[in-house]
Design a protein around this ligand. Structure first.
Ligand SMILES: [Ca+2]
Length: 180
């Protein structure tokens, strides 16, 4: 009898040590000798492995509440076109870290729909027409783009150069970007 008491006491002490370790989950704990079934959140079954689980899961938000996903399209503020050059390259860059099955869609076009450079000072001069070629409509194929390099070309026909008064002609290109 004394031995039984000692075992029972040891068991109670063990349980006393073990219960607080799992009580924090709130979903189950080792059976308490005094458990009467009144709390449905306590599972009276002893789990086979005598352990409980914590799932770890990443958030798409950062700790400060901002989104983890981002993209940056880098374009030149201006591009010199040397007199007589029939094709001038404009380089741009796309970097991104986005969610699954997404990419960055970038388009390049004339801002106002009129593909011609004009002299803003000498407004009587005839405009210099041009076209855009190359990567004017790009969708990145990988959500994670460490460094994507792209290029469009401003093309001016030789005949249009030859017909133009030598001056400074300008126009504005519009880059648009969206996640798709
Ligand atoms: Ca224009």
């Amino acid at each position: 009898m004394k031995k039984l008491m000692a075992i029972a006491l040891a068991l109670v002490m063990m349980l006393a040590v073990m219960v607080p370790a799992f009580a924090a989950t709130g979903s189950w704990m080792n059976p308490n000798p005094a458990y009467d079934g009144s709390d449905p959140s306590i599972d009276p079954e002893i789990p086979a492995a005598n352990g409980s689980k914590t799932d770890i899961i990443t958030s798409t938000d950062k700790a400060d509440g901002t989104e983890g996903a981002w993209y940056v399209v880098t374009i030149p503020a201006s591009q010199t076109i040397y007199w007589g050059e029939e094709s001038t390259e404009i380089l741009y860059e796309i970097k991104s870290q986005l969610g699954p099955k997404t990419g960055v869609h970038v388009t390049v076009a004339d801002e106002d729909g009129a593909y011609e450079m004009t002299d803003k000072v000498n407004t009587d001069l005839a405009p210099l027409p041009y076209t855009l070629a190359g990567q004017t409509d790009v969708t990145t194929q990988n959500p994670v783009m460490p460094n994507g390099q792209y290029a469009v070309q401003v093309q001016v026909d030789a005949a249009d150069w030859e017909a133009a008064v030598v001056s400074e002609y300008t126009d504005t290109l519009l880059f648009t970007a969206e996640v798709i």
